[in-house]
Each structure stands twice: as C-alpha cells, then as structure tokens.
Design a protein around this ligand. Sequence first.
Ligand code: NAI
Ligand code: MG
Length: 355
Amino acid sequence: MYKIALLPGDGIGPEIIPQAVRVLQAVGEKYNRQFALQTALIGGAAYDATGHPLPEETLAVCRNSDAVLLGAVGGPKWDNLAPELRPERGALLPLRKKLGLYANLRPAVVNPALATASTLKEDIVAGLDILIIRELTGGLYFGQKHRQDLPGGGQKAVETLEYTTHEVARVARLGFEMARRRRKKLTSVDKANVLESSRLWREVVESLAGEYPDVELSHMYVDNCAMQLVRNPKQFDVLITENMFGDILTDLASQLTGSIGMLPSASLGGEVALYEPIHGSAPDIAGQNLANPIATILSAAMMLRISFGLEDEAAAVERAVNKVLQQGYRTGDIMQPGKTRLGTVEMTDAVISAL
Ligand code: NAI
Ligand code: MG
C-alpha cells in the first residue's frame, strides 16, 4: 500500500491531477499495486476555503503520506493579497521548506516524437536527456530581505545569498549519486569568479569528488552555462546549482524539449518527496479541457520510480506516453501539422489504452 497526498491547487491543477490519478489506478490494476489517495487544499483554493494558502491540515496530510503529487497554485484572483498569503510565496515556498525538500530534480528530455517541436534546430536537441538539480531551500530566495528609506529620498532593497557547507554538501552528494546512475558526468554551476557563496559551493563540491572517482566532475560559471545549454545542450548529463540560478536555467532547459506541458519534476531531501509538473496553473486555459496532462503523468512516473522503487511501473507509464506521441496524438501546446488534437481527458484515455 502506497500512501499519496494529492494537492490539486488552482487553475488547471484540478484538471490534471485527476488524470494522473486515472493513470495510477490503471498501473495499480495492471501490476496489482494499491495506492491510497488523500486530497488536500493548497494555494488559492485553500485560501478561499480557510483563509490561508497552506493550512496545517494540508501539511499533516503530506507528512502522513509516502509521497505528494501537486498540480499548481496561483492565478489572477489572488494576485492582490498580501505577499505571505499569495499562493506561491505563502504555500509553495513554505511547503518545500517545511518538508525539508532541498533538491529539485528537473529532467529535460526530448521525446523522439517531438524533436522538431523545439525552437532550436533538431540536431541540437534530438536525443537530449539531461537532469538539472536545483538547490531549493537556500540561496538567494531564502536569504535575509529588507528595505530601508534613504536619507536623500528613495529606498534601498537588500537580499542576501547564503549557503552553509552542509547545505551545499547534501545537494552535491545527490548530484554525484544521480550522475553515478546515469552517464557519470556532473557539472557544478556557480559564479565563483564573483560570489563568495559560490566559492564555498565550489570548494565543498570539490572536496566530495574523491568519494565518487567514477563520476567526472567539472565546474562552469552560470552565465556560460546558459549559453552552453542553448549552443550544445547534449554536452551535459547532471547539473547542480544554486536556487535562483536553477530557477532560471531550468525554464531555459524546458524549452529545449518543446513544451512546458511535457516536463515533470521531483523535490527530494525530506521524509516525503514532492512531485509536480514544472508549469504553473495556466489560468488562460483552465477549465476548458485544453491542458496537457503529460507533465503531471510523468511526475507520477517519477514518484513510482524514486519514492516507491517501482521501476517497471514507471517505465511502463513513460513508454505509454512515448507510444501515444508516436501515434500522432497531441494536445494544443505540442500540436504539429498533420497530427491529431486531443483534450486533457482524451489524451489521458490514450495513455491508459497504450498502458
Ligand atoms: P504557466 O506555466 O501557468 O503558463 C505559461 C504558459 O504555458 C501559458 O500560456 C499556459 O497556458 C501554458 N501552459 C502551462 N502549462 C500547460 C499545460 N499543462 N498544457 C498546456 N499549456 C500549458 O505560467 P504563468 O502563466 O507564468 O503563471 C500562471 C500562474 O501560475 C501564476 O499565478 C503563477 O504564479 C503560477 N505558477 C505556479 C507554479 C507552481 O504552482 N509550481 C509555477 C509557475 C507559476
Ligand atoms: Mg520558476
């Protein structure tokens, strides 16, 4: 019995989470696995119902589960709330922090059927399979923040970028471990020519390299990395980087693959892991059966593999998604000439039949 907390959230979240659940149920039937599902409120939906975007009860449901599957939060309806009540800052950041999820894994894999969907040339992206690991609970987004009025008028705003040896070491170890299971190349991305926190980052990563002699370690400055990801992304295997650097580089990397609607993610490090598509709540298409459910379905596959060790089941879901795309089925965001356009529910039906 595997206990899963479901947090649909806002916008397309309540449309895509039920699709991933249908796929999990199909996996359960095929492989004789039992999934116990418990749904909880988060984001704007939680604010509307309880006055807070991350109710204690939701945290309790997550802590009482083996894994969490999240849709997305946020939308224009809640944009004018105080910052700490807004869905992203009031729910998503504290949820990651409170569950101790210090590493965000974002694979950027180009599906063979979609090699021409990227804005980059096919030979640059075809066959791409990289994994970016973003440090998630430290760095610039969690440093000290303040503002002050300046005597001569105007204001000064300050953020600090802080890391400890311990924080760098734990995410670096995960990077080495993941590289070891893949093509054994780890690139640590920093700005050590300018930032003191990056010098510490580099020293700590370097100090661990001796424990992973089978992994080839290299270092790269973040500005160069942005350029290299566009110029020749296939040079990479696993990358590790600071929170904000990772935020920016992973959005960039998502576009190597064609659509944000295709990409899953996992956040690890605490007693319970969190899985979610990398896209947001897409208010512009919510409620119209237009959302691509594949990023969420592939997030569920990552959960099967990483949290539950169900490799065959995870691979079966990934194969089913590949098959459906090869058959020419597309949602609007990945639509190509001559292909068959499906809605959210119908795309999931196709994945389930392929399974
Ligand atoms: P977004 O990712 O929601 O949407 C960007 C564009 O991609 C939109 O045109 C949308 O229609 C499209 N899109 C996204 N997911 C799709 C899918 N599954 N299928 C087809 N098309 C898809 O980002 P945006 O517009 O910047 O933010 C919208 C809201 O989501 C905001 O309130 C933002 O704060 C929130 N957000 C939440 C995140 C989370 O919960 N993890 C992450 C990013 C944004
Ligand atoms: Mg982002």
